[in-house]
Design a protein around this ligand. Structure first.
Ligand code: OAD
Length: 244
């Protein structure tokens, strides 16, 4: 049965759980000042074409444009701080036998709040080589000059260390996330539209293995259909209440 607006029902699920998995999306960082992707008015994709900016073809078509877009987002992320939801998740991890945060976000805010999260879509501060020669730089300040810079190892373009449309997730990381989803008692899904796979398949996987699924989102999402309990509210308001 689906319960809407029911913080108490969500708390009850969590209080009986030993193993909790958390899946987060852009909505968990919205109250940190980082725009989501698909909000009709303020979302990042409202102003930009994702295929132009977040795919290898888009990058190859106009490397400086894509590089500048990610540099702009990196600056946005550098100024952002974790919000109450990130902190509540970080402190909740001590209370359960297992508590794993799986995120689609590339902003690093879970880590900054103290959660060792699985970053399914990579990290915006990481830079890798388009030719996959193995070059990785985790400090944007140390990048060679240029828009985009050239790889110091092989001379190809450097690119943001995120997963673009059409690219595979790291296999071992995805398998790890799937194992966590299939072994948890509760999956808490916060701030994701549930439109991007394979991340969007994790709640249904958890449910098939007997887990309860709690969704926190101020709006309807594709994942409502996999929910045991839906809490209609924002991450920073509702997530701390779930663990009070
Ligand atoms: P979306 O922008 O698709 O969805 C954001 C979700 O957050 C929506 O369901 C909103 O209703 C919800 N939301 C907005 N404000 C919120 C708040 N304050 N608290 C809680 N929820 C809120 O973002 P994602 O689902 O993360 O991938 O998108 C998934 C992937 O699509 C991203 O990781 C990105 C994008 O393409 C890559 O870049 C590879």
């Amino acid at each position: 049965m689906i319960t809407i607006d029911n913080v108490n029902a969500a708390r009850q699920c969590l209080s009986r759980a030993q193993r909790v998995a958390v899946l987060t999306g852009a909505g968990v960082s919205a109250e940190s000042g980082i725009p989501t992707f698909r909000d009709a008015l303020t979302g990042l994709w409202a102003r930009f074409d994702p295929m132009k900016l977040a795919s290898e073809d888009g990058f190859r078509a106009d490397p400086p444009l894509v590089w500048r877009w990610y540099a702009w987002r990196r600056e946005l992320v550098a100024k952002a701080l974790p919000n109450a939801a990130h902190y509540a998740l970080a402190s909740a991890q001590l209370r359960f036998a297992a508590f794993d945060v799986i995120t689609q976000n590339v902003d690093g805010l879970h880590a900054l709040a103290g959660s060792a999260s699985i970053e399914l879509h990579g990290s915006i501060v990481r830079t890798t080589c388009l030719a996959r020669c193995g070059f990785v730089e985790n400090d944007p300040q140390l990048l060679p000059p240029g828009e985009p810079p050239r790889c110091p190892q092989c001379g190809d373009w450097l690119r943001p260390g995120v997963v673009w449309f059409g690219e595979m997730l790291e296999v071992a990381m995805l398998q790890h996330a799937e194992r966590i989803a299939s072994e948890c008692d509760v999956m808490l899904v916060v701030g994701t539209s549930g439109l991007v796979y394979p991340a969007a398949a994790l709640p249904a996987l958890a449910m098939r293995h007997g887990a309860k699924v709690v969704v926190v989102n101020p709006s309807e999402s594709e994942l409502d259909q996999s929910a045991t309990v839906i809490v209609r509210g924002t991450a920073a308001m509702e997530v701390p209440r779930l663990f009070e």
